[in-house]
Design a protein around this ligand. Structure first.
Ligand SMILES: N[C@@H](CCC(=O)N[C@@H](CS)C(=O)NCC(=O)O)C(=O)O
Length: 192
């Protein structure tokens, strides 16, 4: 299998860290989504990375679905509970962290068009702020959720250095610093 992904995609980073922690080989094929490469559109008609292409040529898309596939590939994995309340809470933490990324990416697309203010922009910042403060209370819920959180926080540091998300979110800051020092995060740091 191979992951179509750009080196800076935080959704792909989440998957690469998870694969690393699960001991799965996950080769990455450098793919720039905005140029609409044929291989990406064949795997994902939405034109987004990451997309996972399996050995039989079929594809799995959307990072939460790919994450679930990776976890299911390793029976007995310890990153996330298999079922029950803890399972759904871990997946909810993933949705929160992915939602922070979705809002951040909307902001970046707006910035690229020169739009840096207005109600739609403010709405994204408010969503990020609220989600961060809830994520701050969810640290330590699961290894999987913690990875999702740290990937999102480090993406904010990477793309929004003026956001100062650490100031009111001490648990997020401690978690992110701790996970950034692990081999999986070090190996997937986005290029400057
Ligand atoms: N929900 C998707 C979001 C993926 C996504 O937005 N990827 C960005 C790159 S980080 C992308 O491919 N954008 C291209 C586009 O929106 O056309 C996931 O979790 O995989």
């Amino acid at each position: 299998m191979k992951l179509l992904a750009s080196p800076t995609s935080p959704y792909a980073r989440k998957l690469r860290v998870i694969a690393h922690e699960l001991g799965l080989a996950l080769p990455v094929e450098d793919t720039a989504p905005m140029t609409d490469p044929a291989a990406l559109l064949a795997a994902n008609p939405l034109g987004k990375v990451p997309a996972l292409v399996l050995d039989d040529g079929s594809a799995i898309i959307d990072s939460p679905v790919i994450a679930a596939f990776l976890l299911a590939s390793v029976p007995g994995q310890k990153l996330m509970a298999q079922s029950g309340h803890a399972h759904w809470q871990a997946r909810t933490t993933e949705a929160l962290a992915d939602g922070v990324l979705d809002a951040a990416i909307i902001l970046r697309f707006n910035m690229a068009q020169g739009i840096t203010s207005g109600p739609w922009v403010d709405r994204q910042y408010r969503a990020i702020e609220r989600a961060l403060s809830v994520m701050n209370t969810r640290v330590g819920g699961s290894g999987f959720g913690d990875i999702c959180i740290a990937v999102a926080c480090d993406y904010l540091s990477f793309r929004f250095p003026d956001l100062h998300w650490r100031e009111h979110n001490a648990a997020l800051a401690e978690l992110t610093d701790r996970l950034l020092a692990t081999p999986a995060f070090a190996a997937t740091r986005p290029p400057a």
